[in-house]
Design a protein around this ligand. Sequence first.
Ligand SMILES: Cc1cc2nc3c(=O)[nH]c(=O)nc-3n(C[C@H](O)[C@H](O)[C@H](O)COP(=O)(O)OP(=O)(O)OC[C@H]3O[C@@H](n4cnc5c(N)ncnc54)[C@H](O)[C@@H]3O)c2cc1C
Length: 165
Amino acid sequence: MPNGMTRREREVTDINEIIKILDTAKVLHLGLVDGDEPYVVPMNYGYTMENGKLTIYLHGAKRGRKIDVIRANPKVFFEAECNIIPFEGDIACRYGIAYESIMGKGLAVIVEDVEEKKKALSLLMKTQTGKDFEFEEKMTAFVSIIRIDVSEYTAKYRPMPQKKL
Ligand SMILES: Cc1cc2nc3c(=O)[nH]c(=O)nc-3n(C[C@H](O)[C@H](O)[C@H](O)COP(=O)(O)OP(=O)(O)OC[C@H]3O[C@@H](n4cnc5c(N)ncnc54)[C@H](O)[C@@H]3O)c2cc1C
């Protein structure tokens, strides 16, 4: 994981806490580079975390801008957040928002292997619903699966401020 975060005391390094963020967030924002323009797409996801190695799976239509962009440039960045709670302050600059978030970068791969597509759809449903689903080969034909091989990620937690007694 890179070390460059401001407010380092808010960095989350416990892998179990990072997994909780991934299980809770449900939607990630996928950052792409379309020629010389940034492009961001919100998407649902599934993931695996094996010995600290994060792999993300996305599904979507077989055609469209994000697929075209990924084919041209597979470098991606992502961000997801959860447990967002706005809070008030006595003056404007003490208002804020509690949150937990994860972001990172990696390479996107369009998955063609049917067995991996089935696995990816099951992982996606598990992350999104907490339930186990199995997929038949014919169900994989209608969707594209994007795997993100994540090379770096960081997570951050901003708690609610302590109330003064
Ligand atoms: C909470 C949430 C979860 C989603 N989950 C998924 C998912 O798991 N899989 C999935 O494939 N899609 C998901 N979507 C839809 C996704 O954001 C895109 O709309 C869709 O993937 C098409 O992307 P594309 O690049 O192929 O766009 P195209 O259909 O090729 O569209 C091109 C243009 O349409 C506009 N456009 C596209 N998407 C959006 C958008 N969401 N909002 C506003 N304008 C848009 C942009 O101007 C873009 O340049 C989700 C959206 C939301 C809000």
